[in-house]
Design a protein around this ligand. Structure first.
Ligand SMILES: C[S@@+](CC[C@H](N)C(=O)[O-])C[C@H]1O[C@@H](n2cnc3c(N)ncnc32)[C@H](O)[C@@H]1O
Length: 535
């Protein structure tokens, strides 16, 4: 009995803490069974283990803390179900009363019901005791409610169901998981068709909009209308364990993060610099475009059919030249590129500051650049979810093929809701410098600039500063018009950032040339992209 008393105190503490942290979430007062799960949000800060062990210490308990932890955390996990069974079975009304007081509390009964119905042993862990006798007398009714719950919610595995529910209720769960075909590994139409067949087997239900996919719809798939070969599925679908993923034939990448390579859309005739590459999602996406017409290195020909001169020169053969300042991240980049099948024949990785080692006169053959520099990351959410998921899967963050992992700025800073002005100013000045450096490559015709920030300071204001810069103007750069930049995408740049400097028509045209994506609302991370072009 001592064990259940101790566990009750700790469970009570845990529920109180979770209710405090989530004022809108009051499972105790909620009699509506359909919302029982939805309202259990599991939103407590700090690890469950730390909280439970702290309580254990606070009460100076003698019972084995590990044992207590195992039971309390499992009970907490199943709390909505226990709450449901408790209410539906009306066990509360049967609790014996002494001196006008109920003998057993709700949480003690939760723990007993948990052990009786949900634990491995299906046993209440105590000898002969009136409490045990009381719960055992209700067993049939309690079990009947459990079965009803399972049938009603079409549950085959309770554990998986509750894991999913708690993930769904995490506020920072990405609404959709996006993945794309990696054409570098799919050499021809037949291979693409074979891959699509496999994808069709895993996701048999095609839907017209990503909004039709709820987290639990793990069989649904949306074929994106903006980016070719891109698909949206439930974030709970286990793509990372699929063979196609392991073989690098599909790559997980947020939709908005696919915009830059799609806007640049290089062909086998281009030579592209990716100035800020790690972890390399956009780099391998660029490669997908270069390879999309079946081209493979060694077969590059010019428009007139003659072999490109530079092809003779080993050093300049690569069609993608990647820069990454951070040596650790450069290692990740190389690993990711290798998984994606981007050989050294195709991508040359340079470790160092692009603005220092990317000397323009050495790259006269470069036709386009992608600049996706460090930013505030204010458009990113879901980092905690992804990290947690990786921890659960025993994966390191850097092994995760997600572009949420895209910054050298410490994680703590990402958690800040409000960026302080000073930091934004510093970032935007760095972003201006790096894009300007890209705009000075002598034969570049297109430069795509992107961030995963929602702040105008890092987006439209950087574009504006570049457009009014004398050197940039002298080189003839303009913002590419909407009609060439994913025209059907509705969310565009902020016109008010340009209309103080340009006439209304020009300001609208520039803003329309920019693309914005809102976090979550647009199906993924918050994002900004713009393309500079010249004749
Ligand atoms: C937003 S992340 C790039 C994400 C990447 N484009 C992708 O899609 O996977 C920015 C990267 O630029 C790198 N970086 C920052 N300043 C740089 C510089 N001056 N030269 C080269 N790389 C730089 C950072 O270390 C970081 O890895």
């Amino acid at each position: 009995m001592e064990f259940y008393r101790d566990a009750t105190w700790i469970l009570e503490d845990l529920v109180k803490l979770s209710t405090k942290n989530n004022k809108n979430n009051n499972t105790d007062n909620d009699n509506n069974e359909s919302s029982t799960n939805a309202k259990h949000k599991n939103q407590i800060s700090g690890s469950l283990q730390t909280i439970i062990l702290k309580s254990h210490k606070k009460y100076k308990l003698k019972t084995n803390p590990k044992h207590i932890y195992a039971v309390v955390q499992s009970c907490y996990h199943f709390l909505p179900l226990l709450d449901y069974i408790y209410k539906k079975s009306q066990i509360e009304q049967q609790i014996p009363v002494k001196n006008g007081k109920k003998l057993y509390t709700k949480y003690t009964l939760y723990l007993c019901i948990h052990d009786l119905l949900l634990s491995k042993s299906k046993r209440i862990q105590m000898g002969k005791h009136p409490l045990k006798k009381f719960v055992m007398n209700q067993k049939t009714r309690l079990n009947a409610e459990l079965q009803r719950f399972k049938i009603k919610n079409k549950i085959s595995n309770l554990n998986t169901y509750f894991l999913q529910q708690s993930a769904i209720n995490q506020q920072d769960l990405p609404p959709i998981r996006w993945f794309r075909l990696n054409l570098v590994k799919l050499a021809n139409k037949t291979e693409i068709e074979k891959t699509m067949h496999e994808i069709g087997k895993k996701f048999p239900q095609k839907v017209d909009s990503w909004k039709d996919i709820e987290s639990q719809d793990v069989e649904k798939i949306y074929y994106d209308e903006y980016i070719p070969h891109l698909f949206g599925v439930s974030p709970l679908s286990k793509i990372t364990s699929h063979e196609l993923y392991k073989q690098g034939k599909i790559i997980i990448q947020d939709r908005a993060s696919c915009f830059p390579a799609h806007i640049l859309q290089p062909s086998h005739k281009d030579v592209i610099i990716d100035s800020c590459s790690a972890p390399g999602n956009k780099t391998s996406h660029l490669a997908s475009y270069i390879y999309s017409d079946g081209y493979r290195p060694g077969s590059r020909v010019d428009g007139d059919g003659t072999h490109h001169q530079q092809q003779q020169q080993q050093q300049e053969q690569q069609q993608i030249i990647a820069f990454e300042k951070n040596p650790e991240r450069a290692k990740i980049l190389e690993k990711m590129l290798s998984v994606a099948g981007c050989t050294q024949k195709l991508v040359k990785v340079n470790v160092g500051d692009f603005t220092k080692i990317g000397i323009q006169k050495d790259y006269t053959h470069v036709t386009g650049l992608l600049v996706d520099p460090s930013c505030s990351g204010s458009g990113i959410f879901g980092r905690k979810f992804v990290d947690d998921l990786n921890k659960k899967n025993g994966k390191h963050k850097e092994e995760n093929n997600q572009d949420e992992d895209d910054e050298e700025v410490p994680l703590e800073e990402f958690k800040q809701q409000e960026m302080d002005k000073q930091r934004l100013t510093k970032l935007s000045s760095f972003q201006f410098q790096i894009v300007k450096h890209a705009l000075l490559f002598p034969n570049a015709k297109k430069v795509v600039y992107s961030t995963c920030s929602v702040h105008a300071e890092e987006n439209e204001q950087v574009v504006l500063d570049l457009l009014v810069d004398n050197k940039v103007k002298e080189k003839g750069w303009k913002v590419r018009k909407r009609e060439h930049v994913i025209p059907k995408w509705d969310r565009r740049g902020f016109v008010e950032e340009f209309d103080q400097t340009f006439d209304k028509e020009t300001a609208v045209e520039i803003a329309q040339g920019c693309i914005r994506a809102l976090p979550k609302e647009d199906g993924g991370i918050g994002f900004f992209a713009v393309c500079f072009e010249r004749e």
